[in-house]
Design a protein around this ligand. Sequence first.
Ligand code: UD1
Length: 349
Amino acid sequence: MSKRIVTIVGARPQFIKAAAISREIKKYTDIEEIIIHTGQHFDKNMSDVFFDELEIPKPKYFLDIHSSSHSQMTGKMLAGIEDVLLQEKPDIVLVYGDTNSTLAGALASSKMHIPIAHVEAGLRSFNKKMPEEINRVLTDHVSNLLFCPTKQAVRNLKAEGITSGVYHVGDIMCDATVFANNYISKNLDRFVNQFDLKSGDFALMTIHRQESTNDEETFNELMSYAKKFSEKNNLKIFFPVHPRIKKLIQKYKEKNNFYFLDPLSYFETQYLLSKASFVLTDSGGLQKEAYFHRVPCITLRSETEWIETLESGWNRLWTVDSYNSRKPIIDYGLGYGAKSIVEILSNRL
Ligand code: UD1
């Protein structure tokens, strides 16, 4: 009888990670994957485009839960996911990263005694004001299999007393970048025609996190830093706009070197990254993707979970002026994280 995995996704970075795992699961004829999309991200260019580009199987369940407070969102997801789990009776539930969809999936499963596998376990910013930090700590503490992207993540878990079911598998966003590079190189004309840009004359910038956007003063400080940076280095700033900050950027509309874009697809982002001189971001994923493309990054936060990017000299916090000397990050692996994860899952099922 085939084994059943329920995968829970809801936000953009989760679609990218889940795609890498789904591609591996498809190679196993004795594993069936059922996808729940919570609906946290719902716009076409925040959700559908990722399913299309990355050929992710269509979710069997779409819960349509979004745009409310953290507790309301998480609470509604908890109830919706429980209904599905009662119906599907999976052998294991897979959750990704640190969003409200991750926590809701993990809590619903743990209350039903369904084993949980957490992909991207063990990361810590040690800043409990971030909703993501709460989500990842709680999820790790109810998970049975914890797939860590780095050795530091394994150490973080150990410090909290979690040692069983912990695996260092590398970063599956590296798998995703390898997949994207392959696609882009075969379809380069599409991207070259789509973006009128000169390699190396622009930086790619994103801001979306609650702690950078809830208070307008902080957001303005980050924008003013980016403006000075672009003037000093004579760079344009390409800035795909997350729905959360649409209002905040109104007063910056197309001035001071800023070029605002609609949210980009995964392949579009990777293409721009490969041509950029710098990345300025508060996103966790982009900090690592900058490294995968060997583009220096400036993180627009006061700390990061991805400390290897700082140590390796490819990333610095905006509050620090210089980079460490450069070296490769061995911990992230070479793009076989998803393969290792599905092998481990298959042995445990
Ligand atoms: C969420 C995650 C964050 C992750 C990010 C990736 C949590 C707590 N946060 O943040 O960790 O890095 O996703 O992008 O789970 N919106 C739309 N259309 C969409 C998606 C969102 O209009 O397709 C709007 C929502 O209605 C809301 C705002 O954007 O008003 C924020 O969305 P939300 O999902 O709450 O959090 P993110 O900022 O995307």
